[in-house]
Design a protein around this ligand. Structure first.
Ligand code: UDP
Ligand code: MG
Length: 313
């Protein structure tokens, strides 16, 4: 029987911690009773340097349910993506399969069973995907959708409308732990791991209590990180722009010469126009070219695994 660990990153979640713990304990008890997971499956709360009573509450839950609830206390606030990574990597040595979920229960715990079923059907990663975003504000919904579009335009593979509610098998987490990069954007990394994956669909609810720990600034930072950690396309855009400007310079040159020979130009205009266009284009081209090398260096320093062998016969 597979031992499940539910990993929950928590930052200032005193209002929701007990509610989340209860809901997740019920899910575990139900799955144990149905014989889908091992008796000693557990919840792992990761306290991400909370300034409120979150950690005290986690300790309290652990003393009340020592087998079901475990906690990891990070020394300071490192942010959702790192806190989740810490939790997953800690959990992988104690379990066979992990599920990550936010503390605020916006993600539907009812689909956890379906996730486990899909895991048993041979999937190593099961994505929780939001069916629609009725409960999000108009602003959050449109910015998020624009973000997913931009990501795919930049050539980054992500699962549309999937955040970090996800099942991962032990070997998937093990492979993930080989990615040593510091600029984390977990949902962009998952497709790199490979293995067979599937999705479950749910409606995202409102936060049960407390308020969002992802203000606009943090959201933008995550979005930029997502693009810059996976794509060097912006650099290629500069190079492309340089090429276009050089081409435009040729047209400008023809125009300038025609004007010069037909005679109605001020002294010095022709040479000035030619210099501006050619030098501008040349500079962009050079920056783009240097950028290509920097892009290569960037990819090299990440030292991501180059492949993941699933099986040998
Ligand atoms: N979180 C965290 N560290 C942070 C910020 C958030 O561990 O620095 C956790 C938070 O406790 C929650 C999850 O990340 O469990 C998602 O945050 P939130 O629900 O506030 O984001 P939203 O759903 O509003 O995007
Ligand atoms: Mg939330």
């Amino acid at each position: 029987m597979d031992k499940l660990a539910i990993v929950v990153p928590c930052y200032n979640e005193e209002e929701v911690l007990k509610i989340a713990s209860k809901a997740l304990r019920e899910v575990l008890a139900d799955l144990v009773q149905k014989g889908k997971i091992a008796e000693d499956s557990f919840i792992l709360f990761v306290n991400d340097g909370s300034r409120d009573r979150t950690w005290e509450l986690i300790e309290e839950e652990h003393s009340m349910y020592p087998a079901r609830v475990h906690g990891v206390k990070l020394a300071g606030n490192v942010g959702h993506q790192f806190a989740l990574t810490a939790g997953l990597i800690t959990a992988k040595d104690m379990s066979d399969v992990t599920i990550s979920i936010d503390a605020d229960l916006q993600d539907d715990v009812a689909v956890i069973e379906e996730m486990i079923d899909k895991f048993h059907a041979g999937n190593d990663i099961v994505y929780g995907v939001r069916r629609e975003r009725r409960t999000d504000t108009f602003f959050k919904r449109t910015t998020a959708q624009a973000f997913y579009r931009l990501m795919s335009l930049m050539g980054v593979k992500t699962v549309y409308n999937h955040a970090d509610f996800r099942l991962m098998s032990k070997r998937a987490v093990e492979e993930f732990s080989k990615y040593k990069e510091t600029n984390l954007f977990l949902r962009g990394m998952m497709p790199l791991i490979g293995y067979q994956t599937d999705s479950v669909y749910y409606d995202r609810k409102e936060r049960v209590a407390g308020e969002s720990k992802y203000p606009f600034k943090k959201m933008m930072a995550l979005a930029f990180n997502g693009i810059s950690s996976f794509s060097v396309k912006p650099i290629s855009l500069i190079l492309g722009m340089g090429l276009i400007i050089i081409f435009a310079a040729v047209l400008a040159a023809i125009y300038a010469f025609v004007s010069y020979f037909t005679g109605h130009v001020v002294q010095g205009w022709t040479s000035m126009i030619l210099s501006i266009w050619f030098l501008g284009g040349l500079q962009l081209l050079a920056i783009g070219l240097v950028g290509q090398y920097i892009g290569k260096i960037y990819i090299e320093v990440k030292q991501r695994p180059r492949y993941n062998i699933e099986k040998v016969v």
